[in-house]
Design a protein around this ligand. Structure first.
Ligand code: SAH
Length: 360
């Protein structure tokens, strides 16, 4: 017997359909969505403006338990890391990042990751499975509640936790839709960012669906040869493909993308890399976000010294590029970019790496 779906797993439209199937008016379904996603109330018994019988049907058909969240805090940098168990024995991590002017929730889309960028901890064990929309939304709801306890409202969402979001397109889009929905999470589309290595079909679909979200492309190298050695994933677009997608996003959505560039000492942080990057991105309207590497035990990459980071940024700016440098947060609790990893795997168990389903 299949376990009932989590109460967070239904879209607003699916709640409407559920209500109608129970012989209720459509707006009753919307009310459940508002309780769950808008107000963070999962227990149907507390949904006091619903008829009792309908509350009981909602309860009977759904798992309304909250995830058993575990937290680590790095109060010095304003970072709270969530470890959230999944059915099946795995667990994913998500991070709340507290800054003076914004509160960001960094969410995972997959347990593990099939892309296996050489420098990233998330893909070390391959992909376990895609999360469903409810499991992505659960992370948001847990982080939002944590933030509320600290007198904060989550203002930004970044799909920069574990996983390649475009390999789990329907669940990511459903979860972001609920987070964006004014009756759900109520967060503006420009404050919702999808970070991706760039997959042709996924990017195409984002454009076709005209989704209003912010896009960040993981570029990481000025040449395809170096990029392929760092991101040895068949489906990833080449640099010309990324630049073309950035242009089209600007045309279609009127929005500039961000190119993320992880700075790996002596691998892609030399003056010649900066010069080549300037040459490659000249005339492309975009921002380059430099991410000084967060070291991972066991991986042979180092963070550049501060002087090299500054010199790289200065060189890009001198070449006319717009540059930001990401501040390091949460590394004390292994919560910084690229440090999230699959948890709770029994020791020594090989992770399965199923064939890529791609987009349906
Ligand atoms: N899977 C998504 C999101 C990854 S996290 C993607 O690939 O875009 C966000 C950024 O951090 C990505 O650009 C990713 O390549 C980068 N990153 C990965 N590991 C890192 C590390 N150890 N230090 C700094 N940045 C890292």
């Amino acid at each position: 017997v299949e376990p009932p779906p989590r109460i967070t797993a239904r879209s607003r439209a699916a709640w409407v359909a559920f209500a109608e199937a129970q012989g209720e008016k459509a707006y009753r379904g919307r009310q459940v969505f508002q309780w769950v996603v808008g107000r963070g109330v999962r227990d149907p018994a507390l949904m006091t403006d619903l008829p009792r019988g309908f509350r009981e049907s909602v309860a009977a058909a759904h798992d309304s338990t909250a995830p058993l969240a575990r937290w680590s805090s790095d109060s010095a940098s304003g970072t709270e890391k969530l470890l959230m168990p999944l059915s099946g024995g795995d667990a994913v991590e998500a991070v709340l990042i507290l800054e003076p002017t914004r509160t960001t929730a960094c969410l995972s889309s997959q347990a593990g990751c099939p892309v296996a960028c050489r420098f990233c901890a998330s893909g070390l064990l391959g992909l376990r499975r895609n999360l469903d929309a409810g499991e992505i939304l659960d992370q948001f709801m847990e982080l939002r509640q944590r933030a509320a306890g600290m007198g904060r409202r989550v203002s930004h969402i970044v799909m920069m936790g574990m996983g390649e979001p475009l390999l789990n397109y329907p669940a990511v889009v459903q979860a972001l839709g609920a987070i964006h929905d004014p009756e759900g999470g109520g967060i503006g589309a420009r404050h919702l960012t999808i970070s991706t290595v760039g997959l042709e079909k996924g990017v195409e679909r984002l454009l076709q669906d005209r989704l209003p979200y912010t896009l960040a492309f993981s570029l990481h190298a000025p040449t395809d040869e170096l990029r392929r050695s760092l991101i040895p994933f068949e489906g990833a677009l080449d640099i010309a493909g990324l630049v073309g997608a950035a242009r089209r996003y600007l045309e279609v959505k009127g929005r500039e993308v961000t190119f993320e560039y992880v700075l790996l000492h002596e691998v892609n942080d030399r003056p010649e890399h900066a010069r080549a990057l300037v040459a490659r991105l000249r005339g492309v309207r975009a921002t380059v976000n430099l991410i000084p590497y967060n070291e991972n035990p066991g991986l042979p990459f180092g963070r550049p010294p501060p002087a090299d980071i500054d010199a790289f940024a200065a060189s890009l700016r001198a070449g006319g590029l717009k540059v930001t440098v990401r501040k390091r947060k949460g590394h004390r609790i292994l919560a910084a970019c690229g440090q999230l990893r699959l948890q709770s795997l029994p020791d020594g168990e090989a992770a399965v790496q199923p064939p890529l389903a791609g987009l349906p």
